[in-house]
Design a binder for this molecule. Structure first.
Ligand code: ZN
Length: 177
């Protein structure tokens, strides 16, 4: 899979949604949800405020995937969701992605397409990389999650800020010893 290509959009969107909805200080306002859609190549123009609760619910549903203790737990969760979410895979050719897979039935609403795409992209990520690309931020006191769609794939923190804070703390601890 192209880790930096189209498929990573659903993965990044899933992590952003989970953080918006489930982390302390997360912003799950309609405006913030619309921004997540826009930044990740979804048809954000179709978003309506009445959809916000459906998106928030989906963020809460996906949280346990990022917190999963092992591959078995994560796989069971994704398999359960793939049985629940209506799927009807087909090819679509539109900007900005070019020819690519759509997973929800063709006439689905935006939130239904979002569920199907994020779910399938996470499943594909797990097939390719196990749980090595997703997880909860390793920084102390941070409850955000991350999805690493970079080529190197060594990320363990939700942000540069958390990575730096943790490195500084570790450096100070070493110096005290
Ligand atoms: Zn963090």
């Amino acid at each position: 899979m192209r880790i930096t290509g189209y498929k990573s959009h659903g993965v990044a969107a899933a992590a952003a949604l989970v953080n918006a909805v489930t982390s302390a200080g997360g912003d799950d306002s309609p405006g913030a949800l619309r921004r997540i859609l826009r930044e990740n190549g979804f048809f954000w123009q179709e978003f309506e405020e009445a959809d916000a609760d459906d998106f928030r619910r989906w963020g809460r549903v996906l949280r346990p995937f990022f917190d999963a203790a092992g591959l078995e737990e994560a796989t069971a969760l994704l398999n359960g969701l793939m049985l629940e979410i209506p799927m009807h895979p087909h090819l679509s050719d539109h900007e900005p992605h070019g020819l690519h897979m759509h997973y929800a039935p063709p006439s689905s609403r935006l939130v239904e397409r979002f569920r199907a795409t994020t779910l399938m992209n996470l499943a594909e990520l797990v097939v390719e990389h196990g749980l090595g690309r997703t997880g909860a931020c390793a920084a102390e006191g941070c409850d955000r999650v991350y999805a690493d769609t970079s080529r190197a794939g060594r990320r363990r923190f939700c942000s540069e800020a958390c990575a730096n804070r943790t490195n500084v703390a570790a450096f100070r601890a070493r110096r005290r010893e």
